[in-house]
Design a protein around this ligand. Structure first.
Ligand SMILES: C[S@@+](CC[C@H](N)C(=O)[O-])C[C@H]1O[C@@H](n2cnc3c(N)ncnc32)[C@H](O)[C@@H]1O
Length: 395
């Protein structure tokens, strides 16, 4: 028997035209699957997932996605044919041959049996629509369903309510850092040097709950008194302030310079007074943004970059996801918008998406989004503003 929540989803998929759904709907779908798995365990839920794809989604969708995502399908076929052979290869071929339900059942075997030789499924796609995603992400048939839905590019910033992204941050110690966090720190240190980070001033835009603050201060050695941050939500700013202050007390350094309230402030970057409030910080060396430019659509991005660059940073670090869903606009390469703001790409690095040992359900379950992040470092184009021009002219 199908779980009652999944039954409702099957009805929803049967009866709602695809152009009336959006990727954001996957928040509910993911939520219902997690609830179903809690009630009845993974085995029954894997079967339900297979039924949703067989009974709720028309076979023509799978034919359509194979036309639209030829490069991805080709990569899947290549990986399935590579040594070492595993239980997942049959599942990938089932999907490619138009049987997504069987693919989910096959992938679900990993939940029961585990798998030793997972390495080849970690390879990343380097071209096509799904560039930057890993094979393990795109072999989930739900990924294609998600990708086929409208992105919902409707003023996403209007949706950044207090209750969104309001998860309590994990304690952040060296041992709890994710592999991606460690890679990010190494990359930033390697690219700009340890000395650079310990002597630089940083403005963190859309700081959230202080995750970036902790990475910058605790791992990269940024001086807490040289770190400033804003976010739309006051509670997130407070949280970030306490992360920075506790780092400062651990280092027995007292934040100096501009007053604390001036350096940690709630701000809607779209608001009319935003330029004045950002300029009040004076100049900073680095503007940092993690999953922040993703909040804004293409019409808003030029204004956002203009405001983010008011403190005349030498460097901008933009850590951005590459795929889009309800509140998030993914971009593979936003360099044109940065160039218009006077900054050129210095280096970029796609992160390898991580799959932890206890997360095998992510291989077959519908997710809220399929993301990957690109680390982009921009630097000022010489002569791109009056100040530089003045310097060149000896002013
Ligand atoms: C995806 S979260 C990223 C948070 C944090 N940088 C991180 O990576 O953990 C985006 C953040 O941007 C903030 N935000 C959204 N719209 C904003 C706006 N108009 N002005 C300032 N911050 C905004 C949100 O409140 C949220 O904390």
């Amino acid at each position: 028997m199908t779980h009652v929540l999944v039954d409702a989803l099957i009805e929803h998929f049967r009866n709602t035209p695809r152009d009336r759904m959006a990727r954001g709907d996957f928040y509910r779908i993911n939520h219902d699957f997690v609830a179903a798995a809690r009630d009845q365990g993974f085995n029954a839920t894997i079967e339900d997932a297979a039924r949703l794809l067989e009974d709720g989604v028309s076979p023509s969708l799978w034919a359509e996605t194979s036309r639209q995502r030829e490069a991805t399908h080709l990569a899947l076929r290549q990986v399935a044919g590579m040594a070492p052979e595993t239980v997942l290869d049959r599942a990938i071929l089932d999907f490619l041959n138009g049987s997504p339900g069987d693919a989910v059942r096959g992938i679900g075997e990993v939940q029961r049996q585990g798998i030793e030789s997972f390495g080849k499924y970690r390879s990343m796609l380097n071209r096509g629509h799904d560039r930057g995603l890993a094979i393990w992400q795109v072999m989930n048939p739900f990924y294609f369903l998600w990708a086929s839905l409208p992105v919902a590019r409707t003023t996403p910033s209007d949706r950044w309510r207090e209750d969104q992204f309001n998860n309590t941050p994990e304690p952040t110690t060296e041992s709890t850092r994710s592999a991606n966090d460690r890679m990010l720190v190494e990359f930033l240190r390697g690219e700009l040097g340890s000395e650079f980070w310990s002597t630089t001033s940083v403005l963190d835009c859309g700081c959230g709950h202080g995750h970036t603050a902790s990475l910058l201060i605790d791992e990269l050695g940024v001086d807490p008194s040289a770190y400033s941050a804003f976010d739309l939500h006051e509670k997130r700013v407070e949280r970030t302030r306490s992360v920075a202050l506790s780092a400062a007390s651990n280092m027995s350094a007292t934040p100096a310079g501009a007053s604390i309230d001036d350096r940690f402030f709630p701000l809607d970057i779209l608001a009319d007074d935003a330029p004045k409030r950002i300029q009040a910080l004076g100049e900073v060396d680095v503007v940092f943004s993690t999953s922040f430019t993703n909040v804004f659509d293409d019409t808003q991005l030029p204004l956002i970059l203009k405001r983010m660059t008011l403190p005349k940073p030498k460097v901008i670090v933009d850590i951005s996801v590459t795929t889009s869903w309800g509140f998030c606009i993914g971009r593979i390469d936003p360099s044109a918008a940065y160039r218009a703001a006077g900054y050129q790409l210095r280096v970029s690095r796609l992160e390898t998406p991580a799959l932890e040992a206890n997360e095998t359900h992510r291989l077959w379950m519908p997710q809220r989004y399929w993301s990957n992040r690109n680390i982009l470092i921009y630097e000022k184009i010489p002569g791109s503003d009056d100040r530089d021009l003045g310097k060149q002219l000896g002013a």
